[in-house]
Design a protein around this ligand. Structure first.
Ligand SMILES: [Zn+2]
Length: 172
């Protein structure tokens, strides 16, 4: 089996990814850090934006989304290996399959365009589901915090009564 490239040959690598993280204004609260949720009875509740708060950190008004990127890199072949019937090519800092390595910049550019289109689609699908799930989660949090308020009110009334009863005992 003849190797697809030679040692020291100048080649062009097409690369694309949908996983370049970039910071954007929060797509749910638009940087306001709070959102208003309208409940089924038309009551409006203002709550902290859950989408841009992480763990114990308060809402930041900033979020991150996946940005696709692609490039063509000119490099030279520094190693050629045959692994399980497939050529594995080493080029300076890159090791990968020969499917992404080309002898001309034009061929690499053509492959980059196809790979970039796929990366854009993956990034959009990922960003869409992140945004959708973030919004969906808000209604759950309204329910959760309301239940906590009801519990706290109940406790407050209970302990308030206890204090009053104790005070009556002291007076008597
Ligand atoms: Zn937010």
């Amino acid at each position: 089996m003849k190797p697809p490239f030679e040692f020291g040959q100048v080649v062009f690598i097409a690369r694309a990814s949908s996983h370049d993280r970039q910071e954007i204004p929060c797509p749910v609260c638009y940087g306001k850090r709070r959102v208003t949720v309208i409940l089924g009875n038309d009551e409006q509740v203002s709550i902290e934006c859950e989408y841009c708060s992480h763990g114990c950190n308060p809402a930041s008004g900033r979020a991150s989304e996946w940005k696709p990127w692609s490039s063509v890199v000119e490099t030279t072949v520094t190693g050629i290996k045959l692994e399980h019937g497939k050529w594995c090519i080493e080029c300076a800092a890159y090791v990968g399959s020969d499917a992404e390595i080309f002898t001309t910049r034009e061929a690499a550019e053509e492959a980059r365009i196809v790979m970039f289109a796929a990366a854009i689609e993956r990034a959009q699908a990922c960003n869409h589901s992140m945004k959708y799930n973030g919004r969906k989660r808000l209604s759950w949090h309204v329910g959760y915090h309301r239940a906590a308020v009801r519990r706290a009110q109940h406790d407050l009334e209970y302990h308030g009564r206890k204090v009053t009863d104790l005070a009556k005992g002291i007076e008597a």
